[in-house]
Design a protein around this ligand. Sequence first.
Ligand code: SF4
Length: 339
Amino acid sequence: MNHLCQESPLYDGECLARSNAPDLDSYDHILVAFSGGKDSMACLLHLLELGVSRKRLELWHHRIDGADGALMDWPVTEDYCSTIAAHFCLPIFFSWKEGGFEREMLRDRSPTAPIHFEAPDGLHTIGGLGPQGTRQKFPQVSGNLAVRWCSAYLKIDVAAAAIRNDPRFVGKRTLVVTGERAEESPGRAKYATFEAHKADRRAGKALRHVDHWRPVHAWAEAEVWDIIRRHKVNPHPAYWLGFGRVSCMKCIFGSPNQWASIRAIDPDGLRAIAQYEEIFGVTIHRTQSVTDRANQGQPYPMVSSKWRDIAMRKRYSEPVFLDHWEYPDGAFGESVGPT
Ligand code: SF4
């Protein structure tokens, strides 16, 4: 942990008025779903500007590929998130479905895998005994989470299960903070800014009060970059490469330019996805393979820069703060990603 954590305040600027925020001091725990992307970064920085105490704040990151997989996500993301947490003197807890995206996708008359989640008292494991099911194909490119199972099974349900199964949340008030923005898609525009979280049991026997707040829901992309610029935070390497959103590296929503960029950055990775499309006989996109999509696009100009190696490493060793902050290539660029 950063030695400054012992004494430094979380934020040494002037704290903002909290008129549009829930009563943040009323919560025992504030959990920020932290992907490493700009919107979750904006949530974190906004909470700091609102003067939230470090003692109640923690970052949660869901490992899309599980503990050891490498099919979907940027190799650097996990360490980027850990590095950010350390520099802001905050704990970060990882959670994941065993085997990640790949195991869930390959289910063949088998139950969904157990969930692992970190907590202050160590690693917990739950589930793995559910009904048998078969997928044998990629999630569908849809706003409907029932068929776009990756968001639900690998993130939303993992977070809810971790909250339900960690006794430290019983009898407490917890706020879950996520970074969806209305501007991203018509589906996200319909999300409530504030509501009871799906793990809430305020009326149940266990008495677990859990709220869900989306503080940047109404923000424009310019406001998101503005708060990152104000704090001089170095954005995730994918933005420097030209990606407009940082989700899974090989997100099923990828555009032709993104698939072309991925082929330039990680040809073996693209091949692995293409091979699964062939095995399943079903492509991610309804009518085109990822190879067709890549053939239609142009790699982003920065894919041959030093950021390619930085994004593909497991260790992040770039500066967290930039003296001379500038917009990365991906800012205000193609905004494709989960709807
Ligand atoms: S980023 Fe894309 S591929 Fe990854 S979980 Fe979300 S929708 Fe699925």
